[in-house]
Design a binder for this molecule. Structure first.
Ligand SMILES: CC(=O)SCCNC(=O)CCNC(=O)[C@H](O)C(C)(C)COP(=O)(O)OP(=O)(O)OC[C@H]1O[C@@H](n2cnc3c(N)ncnc32)[C@H](O)[C@@H]1OP(=O)(O)O
Length: 438
Protein backbone atom coordinates (compact mmCIF):
# COMPACT_ATOMS: atom_id res chain seq x y z
CA UNK A 1 0.00 0.00 0.00
CA UNK A 2 2.69 2.52 -0.85
CA UNK A 3 0.68 4.65 -3.22
CA UNK A 4 -3.10 5.04 -3.30
CA UNK A 5 -3.02 5.26 -7.06
CA UNK A 6 -1.46 1.82 -7.27
CA UNK A 7 -3.35 -1.41 -7.30
CA UNK A 8 -1.69 -4.04 -5.17
CA UNK A 9 -2.50 -7.68 -4.81
CA UNK A 10 -4.87 -7.34 -1.90
CA UNK A 11 -6.32 -3.84 -2.18
CA UNK A 12 -7.30 -1.30 -4.78
CA UNK A 13 -7.21 2.39 -3.89
CA UNK A 14 -9.54 4.90 -5.52
CA UNK A 15 -9.70 8.66 -5.22
CA UNK A 16 -12.83 10.53 -6.19
CA UNK A 17 -15.00 13.56 -5.46
CA UNK A 18 -18.41 13.82 -3.90
CA UNK A 19 -21.18 13.80 -6.52
CA UNK A 20 -24.97 14.07 -6.52
CA UNK A 21 -27.56 11.40 -7.16
CA UNK A 22 -27.74 11.82 -10.93
CA UNK A 23 -24.06 11.04 -11.33
CA UNK A 24 -23.11 7.40 -12.15
CA UNK A 25 -20.41 7.55 -9.39
CA UNK A 26 -23.00 8.40 -6.72
CA UNK A 27 -22.97 4.85 -5.23
CA UNK A 28 -19.22 5.03 -4.69
CA UNK A 29 -19.47 8.30 -2.74
CA UNK A 30 -22.51 7.04 -0.76
CA UNK A 31 -20.77 3.82 0.30
CA UNK A 32 -17.63 5.75 1.23
CA UNK A 33 -19.70 7.91 3.57
CA UNK A 34 -21.37 4.83 5.06
CA UNK A 35 -17.93 3.33 5.74
CA UNK A 36 -16.87 6.53 7.55
CA UNK A 37 -20.00 6.32 9.73
CA UNK A 38 -19.21 2.68 10.48
CA UNK A 39 -15.61 3.55 11.44
CA UNK A 40 -16.79 6.16 13.94
CA UNK A 41 -19.54 3.94 15.40
CA UNK A 42 -22.36 6.08 14.10
CA UNK A 43 -25.90 4.90 13.43
CA UNK A 44 -26.63 4.07 9.80
CA UNK A 45 -27.35 7.30 7.99
CA UNK A 46 -30.55 7.67 5.98
CA UNK A 47 -30.34 8.21 2.22
CA UNK A 48 -31.61 11.74 2.72
CA UNK A 49 -28.85 12.58 5.22
CA UNK A 50 -26.21 11.07 2.95
CA UNK A 51 -27.37 13.30 0.11
CA UNK A 52 -27.17 16.37 2.33
CA UNK A 53 -23.66 15.50 3.49
CA UNK A 54 -22.50 14.80 -0.06
CA UNK A 55 -23.84 18.19 -1.13
CA UNK A 56 -21.81 19.86 1.65
CA UNK A 57 -18.75 17.86 0.62
CA UNK A 58 -19.17 19.19 -2.91
CA UNK A 59 -19.24 22.72 -1.54
CA UNK A 60 -16.01 21.94 0.34
CA UNK A 61 -14.45 20.39 -2.78
CA UNK A 62 -13.33 17.41 -0.74
CA UNK A 63 -11.34 14.57 -2.16
CA UNK A 64 -12.35 11.11 -0.92
CA UNK A 65 -10.00 8.14 -0.86
CA UNK A 66 -11.35 4.59 -0.47
CA UNK A 67 -9.44 1.32 -0.15
CA UNK A 68 -11.20 -1.75 -1.55
CA UNK A 69 -10.51 -5.46 -1.26
CA UNK A 70 -9.71 -7.19 -4.54
CA UNK A 71 -10.93 -10.63 -3.46
CA UNK A 72 -14.60 -11.49 -3.65
CA UNK A 73 -15.78 -11.48 0.02
CA UNK A 74 -17.50 -14.61 1.40
CA UNK A 75 -21.27 -14.97 1.20
CA UNK A 76 -23.20 -12.41 3.30
CA UNK A 77 -20.12 -10.26 4.05
CA UNK A 78 -20.17 -6.60 2.94
CA UNK A 79 -19.80 -6.18 -0.81
CA UNK A 80 -16.38 -5.19 -2.24
CA UNK A 81 -17.88 -1.81 -3.21
CA UNK A 82 -17.91 -0.89 0.45
CA UNK A 83 -14.40 0.45 1.25
CA UNK A 84 -12.38 -1.14 4.05
CA UNK A 85 -10.63 2.18 4.65
CA UNK A 86 -11.46 5.85 4.13
CA UNK A 87 -9.42 9.05 4.03
CA UNK A 88 -10.81 12.51 3.26
CA UNK A 89 -8.99 15.71 2.39
CA UNK A 90 -9.84 19.33 1.76
CA UNK A 91 -7.86 22.49 1.42
CA UNK A 92 -8.38 25.73 3.31
CA UNK A 93 -6.45 28.70 4.61
CA UNK A 94 -4.77 28.61 8.02
CA UNK A 95 -4.15 31.93 9.79
CA UNK A 96 -0.45 31.74 10.74
CA UNK A 97 -0.32 35.03 12.63
CA UNK A 98 0.15 38.73 11.91
CA UNK A 99 -2.48 38.60 9.15
CA UNK A 100 -0.71 35.95 7.11
CA UNK A 101 -2.44 32.84 5.74
CA UNK A 102 -1.11 29.52 4.50
CA UNK A 103 -2.92 27.08 2.20
CA UNK A 104 -3.22 23.90 4.24
CA UNK A 105 -4.15 20.29 3.50
CA UNK A 106 -6.78 19.14 6.01
CA UNK A 107 -7.01 15.41 6.65
CA UNK A 108 -10.20 13.94 8.03
CA UNK A 109 -12.49 10.88 8.09
CA UNK A 110 -9.62 8.42 8.53
CA UNK A 111 -10.98 4.94 9.20
CA UNK A 112 -9.76 1.39 8.68
CA UNK A 113 -12.25 -1.45 9.17
CA UNK A 114 -11.37 -3.52 12.26
CA UNK A 115 -10.92 -6.69 10.21
CA UNK A 116 -8.19 -4.96 8.14
CA UNK A 117 -6.42 -2.93 10.84
CA UNK A 118 -2.67 -2.99 11.47
CA UNK A 119 -1.82 -4.04 7.93
CA UNK A 120 -0.29 -0.68 7.09
CA UNK A 121 -3.35 0.74 5.32
CA UNK A 122 -3.30 4.03 7.27
CA UNK A 123 0.45 4.34 6.75
CA UNK A 124 0.00 3.81 3.01
CA UNK A 125 -2.82 6.34 2.70
CA UNK A 126 -1.09 8.94 4.86
CA UNK A 127 2.38 8.81 3.32
CA UNK A 128 0.95 8.92 -0.20
CA UNK A 129 -1.38 11.80 0.60
CA UNK A 130 1.32 13.88 2.28
CA UNK A 131 3.52 13.37 -0.79
CA UNK A 132 0.61 14.44 -3.02
CA UNK A 133 0.00 17.53 -0.89
CA UNK A 134 3.65 18.47 -1.14
CA UNK A 135 3.57 17.90 -4.92
CA UNK A 136 0.52 20.19 -5.05
CA UNK A 137 2.68 22.94 -3.50
CA UNK A 138 1.21 22.77 -0.01
CA UNK A 139 3.62 23.49 2.86
CA UNK A 140 1.38 22.37 5.71
CA UNK A 141 -1.01 19.55 6.60
CA UNK A 142 -3.43 19.60 9.53
CA UNK A 143 -5.77 17.29 11.37
CA UNK A 144 -7.59 16.78 14.64
CA UNK A 145 -6.84 13.42 16.23
CA UNK A 146 -9.12 10.78 17.74
CA UNK A 147 -6.19 9.41 19.77
CA UNK A 148 -2.93 11.07 20.82
CA UNK A 149 -0.71 8.14 19.86
CA UNK A 150 -1.42 7.81 16.13
CA UNK A 151 -0.12 10.83 14.23
CA UNK A 152 3.24 11.77 15.76
CA UNK A 153 4.87 9.01 13.69
CA UNK A 154 3.70 10.84 10.56
CA UNK A 155 5.23 14.15 11.68
CA UNK A 156 2.16 15.86 13.17
CA UNK A 157 2.62 17.89 16.36
CA UNK A 158 0.00 19.41 18.66
CA UNK A 159 -0.25 23.12 17.83
CA UNK A 160 -3.41 24.41 19.59
CA UNK A 161 -5.57 23.43 22.55
CA UNK A 162 -9.10 23.86 23.81
CA UNK A 163 -11.12 23.10 26.95
CA UNK A 164 -14.67 22.89 28.23
CA UNK A 165 -16.09 25.52 30.60
CA UNK A 166 -19.11 25.98 32.82
CA UNK A 167 -19.86 29.56 33.76
CA UNK A 168 -21.93 30.42 36.82
CA UNK A 169 -24.26 33.15 35.55
CA UNK A 170 -25.93 33.71 38.92
CA UNK A 171 -25.60 36.95 40.94
CA UNK A 172 -21.77 36.64 41.04
CA UNK A 173 -21.57 37.00 37.24
CA UNK A 174 -20.61 40.57 36.38
CA UNK A 175 -18.60 41.50 33.29
CA UNK A 176 -16.53 44.68 33.70
CA UNK A 177 -17.32 46.17 30.33
CA UNK A 178 -19.34 49.14 29.13
CA UNK A 179 -21.18 48.01 25.98
CA UNK A 180 -20.42 49.89 22.77
CA UNK A 181 -22.56 47.81 20.44
CA UNK A 182 -25.79 45.89 20.95
CA UNK A 183 -27.08 42.36 21.01
CA UNK A 184 -30.38 41.35 19.41
CA UNK A 185 -32.19 38.02 19.16
CA UNK A 186 -32.62 36.70 15.61
CA UNK A 187 -34.18 33.73 13.90
CA UNK A 188 -31.28 31.21 13.95
CA UNK A 189 -31.85 30.48 10.26
CA UNK A 190 -30.25 33.84 9.42
CA UNK A 191 -26.95 32.18 10.31
CA UNK A 192 -27.20 30.01 7.20
CA UNK A 193 -26.41 33.18 5.30
CA UNK A 194 -24.54 35.27 7.89
CA UNK A 195 -22.27 32.75 9.65
CA UNK A 196 -19.56 32.41 6.96
CA UNK A 197 -19.11 36.20 6.64
CA UNK A 198 -18.95 36.74 10.40
CA UNK A 199 -16.52 33.84 10.73
CA UNK A 200 -14.33 35.43 8.08
CA UNK A 201 -13.79 38.47 10.33
CA UNK A 202 -12.99 36.21 13.29
CA UNK A 203 -10.66 34.04 11.20
CA UNK A 204 -8.67 37.05 10.03
CA UNK A 205 -7.78 38.10 13.54
CA UNK A 206 -7.20 34.64 15.06
CA UNK A 207 -3.88 32.84 14.57
CA UNK A 208 -4.55 29.09 14.35
CA UNK A 209 -7.94 29.58 12.71
CA UNK A 210 -8.79 27.48 9.65
CA UNK A 211 -11.59 28.51 7.28
CA UNK A 212 -14.69 26.50 8.15
CA UNK A 213 -16.28 23.82 6.03
CA UNK A 214 -19.83 24.21 4.70
CA UNK A 215 -21.43 22.06 7.44
CA UNK A 216 -20.82 24.73 10.08
CA UNK A 217 -23.50 27.14 8.91
CA UNK A 218 -26.03 24.29 8.77
CA UNK A 219 -25.23 23.10 12.30
CA UNK A 220 -24.98 26.46 14.05
CA UNK A 221 -28.23 27.67 12.50
CA UNK A 222 -30.07 24.51 13.56
CA UNK A 223 -30.91 23.78 9.91
CA UNK A 224 -29.32 20.35 10.30
CA UNK A 225 -28.23 18.24 13.25
CA UNK A 226 -25.81 15.32 12.97
CA UNK A 227 -28.75 13.01 12.19
CA UNK A 228 -29.95 15.34 9.45
CA UNK A 229 -33.05 16.64 11.21
CA UNK A 230 -33.77 20.27 11.99
CA UNK A 231 -32.70 21.38 15.49
CA UNK A 232 -35.69 23.32 16.75
CA UNK A 233 -34.05 23.99 20.14
CA UNK A 234 -31.39 26.31 18.72
CA UNK A 235 -31.62 30.01 19.45
CA UNK A 236 -29.43 32.82 18.22
CA UNK A 237 -28.27 36.28 19.24
CA UNK A 238 -26.37 38.61 16.93
CA UNK A 239 -23.88 41.26 17.93
CA UNK A 240 -24.05 44.63 16.15
CA UNK A 241 -21.02 46.94 16.13
CA UNK A 242 -21.68 50.68 16.73
CA UNK A 243 -21.89 51.18 12.92
CA UNK A 244 -24.54 48.46 12.64
CA UNK A 245 -22.27 45.79 11.16
CA UNK A 246 -22.99 42.30 12.45
CA UNK A 247 -19.63 41.13 13.79
CA UNK A 248 -20.47 38.27 16.13
CA UNK A 249 -23.10 35.77 17.16
CA UNK A 250 -23.89 33.11 19.69
CA UNK A 251 -26.04 30.12 18.86
CA UNK A 252 -27.22 28.23 21.91
CA UNK A 253 -29.72 25.81 23.39
CA UNK A 254 -31.49 25.47 26.70
CA UNK A 255 -30.52 22.09 28.21
CA UNK A 256 -34.06 21.45 29.51
CA UNK A 257 -35.98 21.72 32.79
CA UNK A 258 -34.73 18.30 33.90
CA UNK A 259 -31.10 19.35 33.90
CA UNK A 260 -30.08 21.25 37.03
CA UNK A 261 -28.59 23.79 37.48
CA UNK A 262 -30.65 25.22 34.61
CA UNK A 263 -28.16 25.49 31.78
CA UNK A 264 -27.72 27.15 28.42
CA UNK A 265 -25.31 25.27 26.16
CA UNK A 266 -23.29 27.28 23.66
CA UNK A 267 -23.32 25.70 20.21
CA UNK A 268 -21.09 28.36 18.67
CA UNK A 269 -19.82 31.72 19.89
CA UNK A 270 -17.67 33.89 17.66
CA UNK A 271 -16.92 37.60 17.62
CA UNK A 272 -14.59 39.65 15.47
CA UNK A 273 -13.99 42.26 18.20
CA UNK A 274 -13.11 42.10 21.90
CA UNK A 275 -16.12 44.24 22.82
CA UNK A 276 -18.44 42.02 20.76
CA UNK A 277 -17.18 38.93 22.58
CA UNK A 278 -17.74 40.45 26.03
CA UNK A 279 -21.15 41.82 25.04
CA UNK A 280 -22.28 38.39 23.85
CA UNK A 281 -21.22 37.05 27.25
CA UNK A 282 -23.13 39.86 28.97
CA UNK A 283 -26.15 38.75 26.98
CA UNK A 284 -25.63 35.08 27.95
CA UNK A 285 -25.29 36.07 31.61
CA UNK A 286 -28.55 38.00 31.45
CA UNK A 287 -30.78 35.13 30.28
CA UNK A 288 -33.53 34.64 32.83
CA UNK A 289 -34.27 31.29 34.51
CA UNK A 290 -30.74 30.10 33.77
CA UNK A 291 -28.00 29.49 36.37
CA UNK A 292 -25.15 28.34 34.16
CA UNK A 293 -23.77 28.59 30.63
CA UNK A 294 -21.66 25.70 29.32
CA UNK A 295 -19.31 25.65 26.34
CA UNK A 296 -17.66 22.44 25.22
CA UNK A 297 -15.20 23.97 22.73
CA UNK A 298 -13.98 27.02 24.64
CA UNK A 299 -10.64 28.73 24.04
CA UNK A 300 -7.88 28.12 26.57
CA UNK A 301 -6.75 31.74 26.65
CA UNK A 302 -10.09 33.42 27.29
CA UNK A 303 -10.59 37.09 28.14
CA UNK A 304 -13.90 36.20 29.80
CA UNK A 305 -12.46 35.19 33.18
CA UNK A 306 -10.26 38.31 33.25
CA UNK A 307 -13.20 40.57 32.51
CA UNK A 308 -15.33 39.16 35.34
CA UNK A 309 -15.47 40.74 38.79
CA UNK A 310 -15.16 37.16 40.08
CA UNK A 311 -13.07 35.08 37.68
CA UNK A 312 -14.00 31.93 39.61
CA UNK A 313 -17.39 31.97 37.92
CA UNK A 314 -15.56 30.09 35.15
CA UNK A 315 -14.92 26.41 35.93
CA UNK A 316 -12.81 24.70 33.34
CA UNK A 317 -12.29 21.02 32.52
CA UNK A 318 -11.13 18.66 29.78
CA UNK A 319 -8.12 20.68 28.62
CA UNK A 320 -7.11 18.91 25.40
CA UNK A 321 -5.12 19.08 22.17
CA UNK A 322 -7.02 20.38 19.19
CA UNK A 323 -5.16 21.23 15.97
CA UNK A 324 -2.17 19.10 14.88
CA UNK A 325 0.19 20.53 12.27
CA UNK A 326 2.62 18.81 9.89
CA UNK A 327 5.22 20.91 8.08
CA UNK A 328 5.74 19.60 4.54
CA UNK A 329 8.00 22.33 3.20
CA UNK A 330 10.21 24.16 5.71
CA UNK A 331 11.19 27.22 3.61
CA UNK A 332 7.59 27.78 2.44
CA UNK A 333 6.05 27.28 5.91
CA UNK A 334 8.57 29.43 7.77
CA UNK A 335 8.58 32.22 5.21
CA UNK A 336 4.75 32.33 5.24
CA UNK A 337 4.97 33.63 8.81
CA UNK A 338 5.89 37.00 10.29
CA UNK A 339 7.77 36.81 13.56
CA UNK A 340 7.20 38.26 17.03
CA UNK A 341 10.73 39.64 17.09
CA UNK A 342 13.67 39.94 14.73
CA UNK A 343 16.28 37.24 15.01
CA UNK A 344 18.21 34.46 13.39
CA UNK A 345 18.04 30.76 14.15
CA UNK A 346 19.55 27.70 12.55
CA UNK A 347 17.19 24.77 12.98
CA UNK A 348 18.15 21.16 12.38
CA UNK A 349 14.97 19.24 11.64
CA UNK A 350 14.61 15.46 11.64
CA UNK A 351 11.80 14.06 9.55
CA UNK A 352 11.34 10.30 9.22
CA UNK A 353 9.30 10.89 6.03
CA UNK A 354 11.96 13.21 4.59
CA UNK A 355 9.85 16.27 3.66
CA UNK A 356 11.34 18.65 6.24
CA UNK A 357 14.65 16.92 6.90
CA UNK A 358 17.68 19.21 6.89
CA UNK A 359 19.29 22.24 8.48
CA UNK A 360 17.53 25.53 7.84
CA UNK A 361 18.49 29.10 8.57
CA UNK A 362 15.58 31.34 9.52
CA UNK A 363 16.18 35.09 9.65
CA UNK A 364 13.58 37.76 10.37
CA UNK A 365 14.47 41.39 9.89
CA UNK A 366 11.53 43.77 10.03
CA UNK A 367 8.99 42.43 7.61
CA UNK A 368 11.65 40.57 5.62
CA UNK A 369 11.85 36.85 6.34
CA UNK A 370 14.44 34.64 4.69
CA UNK A 371 14.77 30.90 4.99
CA UNK A 372 17.61 29.04 3.36
CA UNK A 373 18.92 25.51 3.27
CA UNK A 374 21.97 25.56 5.55
CA UNK A 375 22.88 21.91 5.24
CA UNK A 376 25.86 20.74 3.23
CA UNK A 377 27.83 23.12 1.05
CA UNK A 378 31.22 24.57 1.93
CA UNK A 379 29.99 26.43 5.03
CA UNK A 380 29.74 24.28 8.11
CA UNK A 381 26.64 25.74 9.80
CA UNK A 382 26.14 24.72 13.40
CA UNK A 383 22.48 24.45 14.41
CA UNK A 384 21.17 26.52 17.32
CA UNK A 385 18.38 24.04 17.93
CA UNK A 386 17.62 20.53 16.74
CA UNK A 387 14.17 19.00 16.85
CA UNK A 388 11.82 16.61 15.15
CA UNK A 389 9.37 17.92 12.55
CA UNK A 390 6.55 17.23 15.07
CA UNK A 391 8.08 19.85 17.40
CA UNK A 392 8.32 22.37 14.56
CA UNK A 393 4.57 21.86 14.01
CA UNK A 394 3.97 22.41 17.74
CA UNK A 395 5.92 25.68 18.03
CA UNK A 396 4.79 27.04 14.63
CA UNK A 397 1.75 28.96 15.92
CA UNK A 398 3.38 30.10 19.15
CA UNK A 399 1.00 28.11 21.38
CA UNK A 400 3.65 25.65 22.56
CA UNK A 401 6.86 27.00 24.08
CA UNK A 402 10.19 25.74 22.69
CA UNK A 403 11.50 26.15 26.26
CA UNK A 404 8.95 23.60 27.47
CA UNK A 405 9.80 21.21 24.63
CA UNK A 406 13.50 21.52 25.52
CA UNK A 407 12.68 20.71 29.16
CA UNK A 408 10.78 17.67 27.90
CA UNK A 409 13.90 16.52 26.05
CA UNK A 410 12.27 16.97 22.65
CA UNK A 411 14.18 20.05 21.44
CA UNK A 412 17.96 20.19 21.90
CA UNK A 413 19.55 23.57 22.48
CA UNK A 414 23.08 23.84 21.05
CA UNK A 415 23.39 27.62 21.44
CA UNK A 416 22.59 28.89 24.95
CA UNK A 417 19.43 31.01 24.89
CA UNK A 418 18.25 29.75 21.49
CA UNK A 419 15.04 28.25 22.89
CA UNK A 420 14.08 31.61 24.40
CA UNK A 421 14.92 33.33 21.11
CA UNK A 422 12.69 30.77 19.36
CA UNK A 423 9.91 31.41 21.88
CA UNK A 424 10.02 35.15 21.17
CA UNK A 425 10.30 34.71 17.42
CA UNK A 426 7.43 32.22 17.08
CA UNK A 427 5.11 34.35 19.26
CA UNK A 428 1.95 35.60 17.54
CA UNK A 429 -0.13 38.72 18.13
CA UNK A 430 -3.08 36.96 19.79
CA UNK A 431 -3.27 33.55 21.46
CA UNK A 432 -3.53 30.86 18.78
CA UNK A 433 -6.90 29.14 18.76
CA UNK A 434 -8.54 26.96 16.14
CA UNK A 435 -12.33 27.36 16.02
CA UNK A 436 -12.84 24.74 13.33
CA UNK A 437 -13.36 21.05 14.02
CA UNK A 438 -13.00 18.98 10.87
C1 LIG B 1 -7.71 12.62 11.30
C2 LIG B 1 -8.74 11.62 11.73
O1 LIG B 1 -9.64 11.28 11.00
S1 LIG B 1 -8.63 10.99 13.31
C3 LIG B 1 -9.57 9.50 13.30
C4 LIG B 1 -8.73 8.24 13.21
N1 LIG B 1 -9.64 7.11 13.10
C5 LIG B 1 -10.12 6.41 14.14
O2 LIG B 1 -9.77 6.64 15.31
C6 LIG B 1 -11.15 5.34 13.83
C7 LIG B 1 -10.81 3.98 14.47
N2 LIG B 1 -9.46 3.51 14.15
C8 LIG B 1 -9.11 3.13 12.89
O3 LIG B 1 -9.89 3.22 11.96
C9 LIG B 1 -7.70 2.55 12.67
O4 LIG B 1 -7.36 1.78 13.79
C10 LIG B 1 -6.62 3.62 12.42
C11 LIG B 1 -7.02 4.49 11.24
C12 LIG B 1 -6.41 4.51 13.64
C13 LIG B 1 -5.27 2.92 12.12
O5 LIG B 1 -5.34 2.24 10.89
P1 LIG B 1 -4.37 1.00 10.53
O6 LIG B 1 -4.50 0.73 9.09
O7 LIG B 1 -4.61 -0.10 11.48
O8 LIG B 1 -2.94 1.63 10.81
P2 LIG B 1 -1.56 1.07 10.22
O9 LIG B 1 -1.59 -0.41 10.21
O10 LIG B 1 -1.25 1.74 8.94
O11 LIG B 1 -0.58 1.59 11.33
C14 LIG B 1 0.38 2.58 11.10
C15 LIG B 1 1.15 2.80 12.36
O12 LIG B 1 0.30 3.43 13.34
C16 LIG B 1 0.24 2.62 14.51
N3 LIG B 1 -1.14 2.76 15.01
C17 LIG B 1 -2.26 2.57 14.31
N4 LIG B 1 -3.33 2.84 15.07
C18 LIG B 1 -2.87 3.21 16.28
C19 LIG B 1 -3.48 3.59 17.48
N5 LIG B 1 -4.82 3.67 17.59
N6 LIG B 1 -2.70 3.90 18.51
C20 LIG B 1 -1.36 3.83 18.41
N7 LIG B 1 -0.71 3.47 17.28
C21 LIG B 1 -1.46 3.16 16.24
C22 LIG B 1 0.59 1.23 14.08
O13 LIG B 1 1.08 0.48 15.15
C23 LIG B 1 1.63 1.50 13.00
O14 LIG B 1 2.85 1.83 13.63
P3 LIG B 1 4.25 1.71 12.82
O15 LIG B 1 3.97 1.75 11.35
O16 LIG B 1 5.01 2.89 13.28
O17 LIG B 1 4.79 0.41 13.27
Amino acid sequence: MADPKETKEKYTVRRFRSVDKENPDYGQARDWLRAVGFGFHEEQRSDDLIDKILAMYQADNRELTGVYVNDEPPLHALSPGFPVATFGTLENKLNVGFGQELRTRQITAVTVRGTHRRHGILRGMMTADLADARDDGLAMAALTASEGSIYGRFGFGVATFERSIKVDTGPRFRVRHEPVGRVEIADPKVLLELAPGIFDGVHRRTPGSIVRQDSYRHHVSGAMTRDGSEDKAIKCALHYAPDGTIDGYVSYKFAGWDSKPYTVEIVDLIAATDSGYLELWQFLGSIDLVDQVSWVDAPVEDPLAWSLVDGRCVASSDYRDMLWLRVLDVPAALSARRYGTDGRLVLKIRDALGFADGTWELASDGSVVTVRDASGGSQDVRPDLSMDVTDLGSVYLGAVSPVTLASAGRIREHTPGATVTAQHMFAVERPAHCLTHF
